[in-house]
Design a protein around this ligand. Sequence first.
Ligand code: ADP
Ligand code: MG
Length: 336
Amino acid sequence: MKRKILGLLFLLFISSCQKSTSLEPIEATRFLMDTVVRIAVYDFELSSKDTEKAIDQAFEAMKEVEEKTSAHRPESDVSLMIRSSGGEAIAISEETKTVLQEAVFVSEATDGAFDATVGVVKDLWGFYSDAPKVPALKDIDAYLPLIDYHQIELSGEKARLQKKNAGLDLGGIVKGFNIDRAVEVLQSAGVKSAMVDAGGDLRIIGSHPKNPHWRIGIKHPRPDHQSLYGVIETNPVSVATSGDYERFFMHDGKRYHHILDPKTGMPASGCVSVTIVTEMAMRADAYATAVFVMGPERGMAFIESHPDLEGLILFEEGHQLKMVVSEGLRNKVQLL
Ligand code: ADP
Ligand code: MG
């Protein structure tokens, strides 16, 4: 949590470097989806009252989606699907349906590197508890047959998990969905230029009030560097980062983090962080998680083979931090 706030402060710093005092955005922050969400509107045609109202509506829309999709809320669509797994299909909201459809799409596109049913083993690790621990291998193995996105069944307004005791966790995609949702609400209120930033995953619309490009900070993934790793100069896009530093614990000198390889149920190895740049935040969010699972080599090949994706991967070799950047992003990244 502290790190997310720190990351946000870095972003604030970057954007405040860009602002002229007469072009201050109208902005607000709220704690949603386990992180600080900031909406900043750089649109000076709307009245401040209308802008504040639009921001408020965007936050409300995000809160509604969170309530329906969070596995931590007993009455959410996701919790109901988990409880009725192996049984009857249940009615779900339009929003949950869209997120599930997109989750399945990304699972297919990434050959299962992204798989929301991995949630069934995530609980064994207790990343959200005070005492996370490395589970016994036999416990993980017992759950592996339940990890399979093909079992997510969608028909009409109903959904179902085919396997009894299956899990579902939309944590790798819903933040992105919600950023797009907020943008939709802002746009329909007439907002043309804004940034929605959910703890470092963000989307920008419109042009910067002062500069030809927007500048997005990339967090340094290691805590001994309280600074940014670099900056991306960009047109309006979405940017999402998945890192091994977001939620993790150390055990016997080894780092265990919350991005799991669906094939093994273990934290995915190879990457330190993956930043994806693309149009929609939902895609950026899910592909960042998936590319992290693929590892640096396969992950960068995947990015390069998808014209709509650009990205940057940090990984460790020996004790050194290394970086690979996709072709289209190469002259837009500035290392600090
Ligand atoms: P963050 O939420 O910190 O921005 P991510 O977007 O990478 O990070 O999402 C990580 C979350 O995604 C995990 O907490 C878990 O809920 C879920 N998750 C972990 N591994 C996978 C995976 N292989 N496929 C889909 N979701 C995953
Ligand atoms: Mg993600």
